[in-house]
Design a protein around this ligand. Sequence first.
Ligand SMILES: Cc1cc2nc3c(=O)[nH]c(=O)nc-3n(C[C@H](O)[C@H](O)[C@H](O)COP(=O)(O)OP(=O)(O)OC[C@H]3O[C@@H](n4cnc5c(N)ncnc54)[C@H](O)[C@@H]3O)c2cc1C
Ligand SMILES: NC(=O)c1ccc[n+]([C@@H]2O[C@H](COP(=O)([O-])OP(=O)(O)OC[C@H]3O[C@@H](n4cnc5c(N)ncnc54)[C@H](O)[C@@H]3O)[C@@H](O)[C@H]2O)c1
Length: 454
Amino acid sequence: MNAQTYDVIVIGAGPAGENVADRAVKGGLTAAIVERELVGGECSYWACMPTKALLRSAAARRAALSVPGVPVGDLDPAAVLRRRDEFAAHWKDDSQVGWLDSAGIALHRGAGRIVADRVVEVGDVRLTARHAVVVATGTSAFVPDIPGLRDIAPWTSREAAAASSVPGRLAIIGGGVVATEMATAFAALGSAVTLLARSGVLGSFEPFAGERVTEALREAGVTVHLGAAVTGARRDPGGEVRLTLADGTEVAADEVLVATGRTPNTEGAGLPAGQWLTVDDTMRVNDWLYAVGDVNGRALLTHQGKYQARLAGDVIVARALGKPVEDARWGRHADSGVVPQVVFTDPEVASVGLTAAAATEAGLRTRVVDYDLGAVAGASLHADGYRGHARMVVDEDRSVIVGFTLAGPDVAELLHAATIAIAGEVPLHRLWHAVPAYPTVSEVWLRLLENYPL
Ligand SMILES: Cc1cc2nc3c(=O)[nH]c(=O)nc-3n(C[C@H](O)[C@H](O)[C@H](O)COP(=O)(O)OP(=O)(O)OC[C@H]3O[C@@H](n4cnc5c(N)ncnc54)[C@H](O)[C@@H]3O)c2cc1C
Ligand SMILES: NC(=O)c1ccc[n+]([C@@H]2O[C@H](COP(=O)([O-])OP(=O)(O)OC[C@H]3O[C@@H](n4cnc5c(N)ncnc54)[C@H](O)[C@@H]3O)[C@@H](O)[C@H]2O)c1
């Protein structure tokens, strides 16, 4: 067996793995990364980028339709799929491999398996880490145990993101982020979509977000069944799928997308199957093992995984050099209470921090301020009949914002101001001096403050 030694060995070359290796090398250590599929991970080829490419053309078309004087034609699904292919780099990782090379990170292709403390085997190569092994193996789609479901070979987010054609009828099981984004995308591309949400839609967000997205999906022709539990699935010899719901209703479709959450990729790495890796705030599992990105279950988002990776990389370097790991720099973690997320539905949902319900549950004395986003001058200019909503959740005892949610067309780019306000714990009396430019949609900040007399 070929034996090699590096300071750091990273298993999984998704966004989190790439960043932790890069940070370690920039800190002066040697690093190898192990990848069993494509360098770049789920995000580049089957998640963030291709799905947003599927959504973007319809969003641009809707924006054009919302103001007079712009001639707008029909959406061209084939052109949308071609643009998506470009964003997925045609499922080839040459450019990402080139980046690894330029960053000085050694690549080992194949499945990496931890076989002993600090030792990872990849095929017939035995890699030993002087300082740390980092698990960055991400997640796979969780497929619930519904009778017949696996036999019909349902789509997961992978097949949806990489679809080479648009199904006539698409049934989607789930009411979360993947379900609502893909319902939005495929309805715009021409599928007759049925969304089967067991509980609510976008249940982890402020209730108004799910309500607005549900309403808009219905307006776009999507059939939304709330409280729909799928109890069985079968595919007819002709290829048609039939889903049975608990109330006896049948839903017919050409394809079924299962969007019911994720399960961690631990088993292939030689770790207990289906168990999220518990880490401390430096991403450490034990004295030599770290876990970054989706696999630690803290926040299943690319930007949070990359944040964790930067942090873990720096900590591994510090510990390797015998430097103290100071709480002031690595403590007060952004995974707790400051996680931003944008759902690219129509309308978009952008949120950071705690919902009002979560803040109350956390024992905070809160005040909730709501504002009609459509009443802001910039919003009425942005689109005729602009409809949207903003909510700010204030911790009354500290007079700082702890949660912020927007739902409305093109709100994604408004989010970072709220992330800064929450992460920076900017006192509300200071926010009065952050004057939003006129006439931008950001004036909602002024309106929210006016509705929160100090
Ligand atoms: C449909 C969809 C859309 C999404 N859209 C967004 C979005 O818009 N914005 C956002 O922030 N997040 C989004 N996410 C979440 C985002 O994709 C993940 O948070 C992100 O990919 C996690 O990065 P990661 O590096 O932890 O894992 P991954 O990207 O999953 O990468 C893990 C890598 O490890 C490899 N691997 C696994 N096991 C082994 C092994 N044993 N040996 C070697 N290699 C291994 C895998 O092949 C993979 O390449 C989306 C997710 C889905 C499903
Ligand atoms: N724009 C983005 O940031 C973006 C986009 C897509 C995905 N993601 C990330 O990917 C992750 C996975 O997304 P997701 O939508 O798969 O998960 P999710 O956790 O957002 O939603 C899962 C949905 O499935 C339902 N569900 C769970 N088990 C079920 C069962 N047995 N039967 C029926 N319904 C069931 C839940 O009620 C929920 O509605 C999310 O955590 C999200 O952060 C992010």
